[in-house]
Design a binder for this molecule. Structure first.
Ligand code: ADP
Ligand code: MG
Length: 349
């Protein structure tokens, strides 16, 4: 056997061992392999590990990949939890290794106990659907009373105070900085994925699952919003942490304006709305080898920021501008944003 083959075999063995470790330590596996009831949920399953531990109370919402339920923890004085149910395909050797890795990263993150990131309390294996080669995975999170989207809807006129907006943005950026310093790109930051406790604490949710979502079965009826997507995501060029900063810029404006900043109906419409506000990028900033030519947008002119984000102080306006820079490498980073003058009165001396 040559070295390359041996290395490949060793890697395979390692990843299988790793898989077993994660299986045994992190997942509570339920052995009920015969049930193939399609429409089932936690309260309808007999012999179900999830049902033994949690009692479903209500459906909270369903997004592109998962359904989220409010439930009580039977073993923890009926404490509320949020159960996220995801359908995942199975390979010949069981749970795909990439998913186990992702889950193990999420579990490791918990050890930091970061105040601005939602806590993952438990992971449970639900039903196996042998015919479809799929199984149900339940991610159990601490339950948070509301998300930023409903918080904004409920907020009475005339809207949030300047101080409240600054406090929310600071907490969001602190959470984002934590994710980025742990090499996690959220990729889908939007008000529905930002939770707020009744005491005003912000907790980022729905992150670190990108690889799981790639493999999970997408629920058909749900349209994924484009409104918070960075131009490099819409243009399908390479992207990293800076995509989250773009989304934060959009959320920042929404907190002030009480309505989403760019409400595109299609990817092209979203790009037009973006360039109609920030102006067309320089031609030399346009990524090479793009199917969409720069000329399509060349006529868009930059608008005056005073018309875009209303009633914001000059430091806030400057930070907003830095977050919505076309070129990802020129866009401000999360740590830099936290050190921006806009937040100077919130930083510890
Ligand atoms: N830990 C939680 N506590 C309370 N509500 C939650 C929690 N996590 C998610 N939700 C609610 O469920 C919705 C969907 O959850 P999310 O994790 O974003 O999944 P999806 O992949 O479906 O977008 C969120 O927009 C939020 O309103
Ligand atoms: Mg979501």
């Amino acid at each position: 056997m040559d070295n390359l083959e041996r290395a490949k075999d060793e890697n395979l063995i390692k990843s299988r061992q790793q898989e077993q470790v994660v299986n045994e330590e992190n997942l509570s596996i339920n052995d009920n392999k015969t049930n193939n009831d399609y429409g089932t949920d936690i309260n309808h399953n007999s012999n179900n590990n999830v049902k033994k531990k949690y009692e479903e109370v209500a459906l909270i919402g369903s997004g592109a990949y998962g359904t989220v339920y409010k439930a009580t923890d039977r073993h923890n004085e009926g404490q509320f939890v949020a159960l996220k149910k995801i359908r995942i395909p199975m390979t010949e050797i069981g749970v795909p290794v990439s998913i186990l890795r992702e889950i193990s990263v999420l579990k490791q993150l918990q050890t930091f106990d970061h105040p601005n990131v939602v806590k993952l309390l438990d992971i449970c294996h639900g039903h196996n659907f042998e015919l479809e080669k799929q199984f149900i995975l339940f991610l159990v999170f601490e339950h948070i009373e509301q998300d930023l989207s409903s918080y904004l809807h409920r907020c009475p006129a005339p809207g949030l105070s300047m101080d409240k907006i600054k406090d929310l943005m600071f907490q969001i950026m602190t959470g984002v900085d934590f994710l980025h310093s742990n090499r996690i790109v959220h990729r889908d930051l939007k008000p529905a994925n930002i939770l707020i406790t009744n005491r005003g604490q912000v907790k980022l949710a729905d992150f670190g699952l990108a690889r799981i979502y790639k493999q999970a079965q997408q629920l058909t009826a749900v349209v994924v919003t484009l409104w918070y997507r960075a131009p490099e995501v819409l243009l399908n060029t390479s992207y990293s942490t800076s995509v989250d900063i773009w989304s934060c810029g959009c959320i920042f404006a929404e907190l002030y304006n009480k309505k989403p900043l760019f409400c595109g109906q299609s990817e092209n419409d979203q790009l037009c709305k973006i360039f109609d506000t920030i102006g067309a990028p320089d031609q030399n900033e346009w990524p090479n080898d793009l199917l969409i030519p720069w000329n399509n947008f060349a006529n868009f002119k930059r608008q005056n920021l005073d018309n875009i984000i209303k009633d914001v102080c000059s430091d806030g306006k400057d930070l907003f501008k830095e977050m919505l820079i076309f070129s990802p490498s020129k866009r401000i980073g999360a740590r830099q944003a936290l050190n921006h003058d806009y937040f100077k009165d919130l930083r510890l001396p």
